[in-house]
Design a protein around this ligand. Structure first.
Ligand SMILES: NC(=O)c1ccc[n+]([C@@H]2O[C@H](COP(=O)([O-])OP(=O)(O)OC[C@H]3O[C@@H](n4cnc5c(N)ncnc54)[C@H](O)[C@@H]3O)[C@@H](O)[C@H]2O)c1
Length: 343
């Protein structure tokens, strides 16, 4: 597709992470220049992060710096040197469950860290700032599918709360400094090079090692599983969908979350398909050709029974919506996992 020629230099935070790696790979394949920034935190296996980075470094249009978001001087030095047209901010302390154990990590990385990224974006007057939020901000909302225009004020974990805070912070900067800003609400992303702390990875690993898998809420949970290739395709297309401050409220279509006060919008990126956890486990067993030892558990604190995205806004903005069937996505993940770990 055609790309605006003034939007070719993209700074991505979290390039050693799952989604940042896939996004960088896609943008490099399309001829963008990409600068990465990642703190290589030990929240999960650092070797996996290093391998992702070394794959990206094979492309001469990619370079990266190791550093924490909280280290403002380090981030500023990188941003000043690179002079990005666009910043995609994905680095974060992720994970719903870990936020019960170590809430401070979320405040540091997601609140302070995101503030530092926003400050650099403002100072350098980037053409578009895009930042990761999460479907977890819908919290206790029950109306499904989740739409961006509905109220989302009932976050159930500090992880979700920091991401909702990022949305508010982003809105204020978009308004004050005329900084076009898009926030993504991602829905349960999975795929090759995936995160070891997420269910698919844990299930596949345990089943292959004959360990039991923990299935919460007796498996009566639903997730909108989004394949990572679809997700980064959505991000890539949204880079060109730069929000503009509307002249009047009446200019905003009903389906658009565009702020009446600022060049700012929130966009769901999800598959728009609610999959039952037990069906997901069945598909993993099928892809592995092996049955799981199932350990049925109660619902975990902070978890929600279901997520389901309305992807109308993404489609209106980009003419694209994720489509990968979860059985196909699981098969691709299993093939990668077996090859990567030689299992
Ligand atoms: N994967 C999902 O299902 C999902 C769902 C919703 C939202 N998200 C959001 O998407 C973004 C990317 O998630 P991911 O799945 O790729 O996670 P990830 O953990 O694989 O990647 C995040 C990267 O950020 C880096 N990082 C963490 N804290 C840092 C800090 N303080 N300073 C510098 N670097 C730091 C980590 O080293 C890691 O490489 C995150 O903002 C996450 O909250 C992910």
């Amino acid at each position: 597709m055609s790309t605006q020629t003034d939007m070719r230099k993209v700074l991505i935070t979290g390039t050693a992470g799952f989604i940042g790696f896939h996004l960088a790979k896609l943008l490099l394949a399309e001829g963008f220049r990409v600068k990465g920034y990642d703190g290589m935190t030990d929240y999960y296996d650092v070797t996996l992060k290093q391998r992702r980075h070394s794959m990206l470094l094979q492309n001469p249009n990619f370079s990266a710096k190791e550093g924490m978001l909280e280290d403002q001087a380090s981030f500023d030095a990188l941003a000043d040197e690179f002079q990005p047209d666009v910043i995609v901010h994905l680095a974060a302390q992720a994970g719903v469950r870990y936020s019960l154990e170590n809430p401070r990590a979320y405040i540091d990385a997601n609140v302070i860290g995101t503030f530092n990224v926003m400050e650099a974006a403002r100072r350098l007057d980037v053409k578009h700032l895009l930042m990761a939020s999460t479907s977890s901000v819908y919290g206790a909302n029950e109306e499904m599918p989740f739409t961006e225009t509905e109220k989302a004020d009932t976050q159930l974990t500090i992880y979700a709360a920091t991401k909702k805070a990022n949305e508010s912070m982003g809105h204020s900067y978009a308004h004050l400094w005329d900084l076009p800003t898009t926030m993504f609400r991602f829905f349960t992303v999975y795929g090759t090079w995936g995160r070891p702390d997420l269910a698919l990875y844990k299930f596949v690993d345990a089943i292959l090692d004959d360990r039991p898998i923990n299935i919460y809420n007796q498996g009566d949970m639903y997730r909108d599983f989004t394949y990572v290739d679809d997700l980064v395709r959505g991000i890539r297309l949204l880079i060109d969908a730069v929000p503009e401050r509307p002249a009047t409220r009446d200019d905003i279509p009903k389906w658009d979350s565009l702020s009446p006060a600022a060049p700012f919008r929130v966009v769901n990126i999800g598959n728009s398909e609610k999959v039952r956890l037990l069906d997901f486990v069945d598909a993993i067993e099928e892809a592995l050709g092996k049955k799981a030892v199932r350990n049925y558990m109660e619902m975990q604190m902070g978890d929600v029974p279901a997520t389901w995205a309305d992807a109308t806004l993404l489609q209106e903005l980009t003419s694209y919506r994720p489509r990968t069937d979860y059985k196909d996505g699981i098969a691709k993940f299993v093939a990668w996992f077996r090859e990567y770990y030689g299992k």
